[in-house]
Design a protein around this ligand. Structure first.
Ligand SMILES: NC(=O)c1ccc[n+]([C@@H]2O[C@H](COP(=O)([O-])OP(=O)(O)OC[C@H]3O[C@@H](n4cnc5c(N)ncnc54)[C@H](O)[C@@H]3O)[C@@H](O)[C@H]2O)c1
Length: 389
């Protein structure tokens, strides 16, 4: 659809749920604008007036901009509203996506869907929970840290978000199952699974222990496998489609300095790539999130060593020397890392558009290219030879 400057560009209707509480609204378009107006329909006294919206904010990147109505100021009962953009630099806006579901992803409109997110009390998980709840998704936050979980849920509730929390140690399958049961009894249908809980732990060559491998692989990989095993059928059962997002890392595509972490993250990438094809006919999209350096508490992962592994992970990392320096440098980098809410917004966009890979930035792209080039060289070395059979 093509529109002229100053015309009404978007009439948003709610065909399935009239008179819903409009908590926030996002609109994405290839435009820039100087002023935005909105008018609501369905609420007495506000039917026809155009209201100026100074509280509208623009976020996003490149040509895609996101308009967001501040929920506190504009929460109201509506069954439709229209948005008018002024001073369009380019008179091109597509409004198609707003009321239709996308045939490929089934998740274009996230409003009213339910998400289950692990590791949601902190960092990236909390960023994803925030971004999804801002899009009108009902979110069950899951985490091992009870106090942080309660705080996160309380803070999100203050923004009118429909969220709840369930404590679970995701390295125990029975606890994921119990969390899934709690989610179903709280919200009914689940559409989005975000396997995000993760720990950077374990020790390097010469220092690793079985408990260290069990802990890191349990949280970072087995929990993802069990999450998909438990939530996959729940998403499939209602037939409305859904999305599974699992947090790996750029270290799921290049090996860094931590064997347990790298193995677990390569596993998450492999699992996601493989299941993407298998689950597409079941109307479940599969995405893998490969963040770079994000401002979170990941360096302090040992706060979450489950009791059964306490004291068995291996000797504590040195406080002096090259290893200690590397840890300090990484801590400094995460302290200055990417905003977790920015990552959450990328994940929201990825779910809406069924992205296979979600990267947060291009910092590690050249390293990944070098890995692929090295693999290619491996083929080049034996090219032209005929294997003996
Ligand atoms: N921060 C980064 O730079 C970065 C980069 C790449 C990937 N990641 C990945 O992002 C994910 C989120 O980590 P983050 O960086 O936000 O760190 P974080 O420590 O801030 O958050 C991790 C969350 O997982 C929870 N958790 C840990 N063990 C758990 C368990 N057994 N059961 C349930 N919950 C558990 C923690 O309590 C915490 O709330 C992880 O998978 C991590 O590997 C982070």
């Amino acid at each position: 659809m093509f529109v002229r400057p100053g015309s009404v560009v978007s009439r948003i209707c709610f065909p399935t749920a009239p008179k819903r509480l409009l908590q926030q609204y996002r609109h994405e378009a290839d435009v820039t604008w100087a002023q935005r107006d909105v008018r609501f329909q369905g609420e007495s006294g506000h039917d026809a007036d155009w209201l100026s919206l100074p509280s509208l904010t623009q976020t996003g990147h490149g040509a895609r901009r996101r308009i967001q109505i501040d929920p506190g100021q504009w929460s109201r009962q509506v069954d439709a509203f229209e948005l008018k953009l002024h001073k369009l630099t380019e008179p091109v806006v597509s409004t198609e996506a707003n009321c239709k579901s996308n045939g490929n992803t089934h998740m274009q409109d996230l409003t009213g869907r339910t998400a289950f997110i692990t590791g949601a009390a902190s960092g990236i998980g909390l960023g994803i929970a925030t971004a999804l709840s801002q899009a009108g998704v009902k979110v069950m936050l899951c985490d091992i840290e009870e106090e942080a979980l309660t705080t996160a849920v309380e803070k999100l509730k203050l923004t009118n978000a429909d969220v709840d929390g369930v404590r679970a140690d995701v390295s125990l399958k029975a606890e994921i199952k119990a969390a899934a049961d709690a989610t179903v009894s709280r919200y009914g249908r689940v559409h989005i699974l975000v396997n995000n809980a993760g720990v950077a732990g374990g020790r390097g060559y010469g220092h690793w222990t079985d408990a260290g491998w069990d802990w890191v692989l349990g949280v970072n990989l087995m929990a993802v496998i069990w999450g998909i095993e438990i939530f996959g059928p729940l998403i499939e059962a209602h037939g409305e489609g859904g999305q599974i997002v699992s947090t790996a890392s750029v270290f799921g595509l290049i090996a860094g300095g931590s064997p347990q972490y790298d193995v677990s993250k390569y596993g998450v990438v492999a699992l996601s790539e493989g299941l993407r094809k298998a689950l597409a006919p079941r109307r479940i999209g599969v995405s893998v999130l490969c963040p770079g350096v994000v401002r979170t508490q990941i360096v302090n992962s040992s706060r979450n060593v489950p009791r059964r592994f306490a004291g068995k992970i291996g000797s504590l990392p040195p406080t002096e020397g090259p290893v200690a320096d590397a840890i300090k440098a990484f801590q400094h980098r995460t302290n200055n890392g990417i905003d977790p809410l920015y990552v959450g917004e990328l994940v929201r966009e990825a779910i809406e558009n069924d992205w296979p890979y979600i990267f947060t930035d291009t910092e590690h792209e050249a390293m990944i290219d070098r890995r692929f080039a090295a693999i290619k060289q491996g083929f080049d070395r034996i090219r032209g030879r005929t294997p003996r059979r």
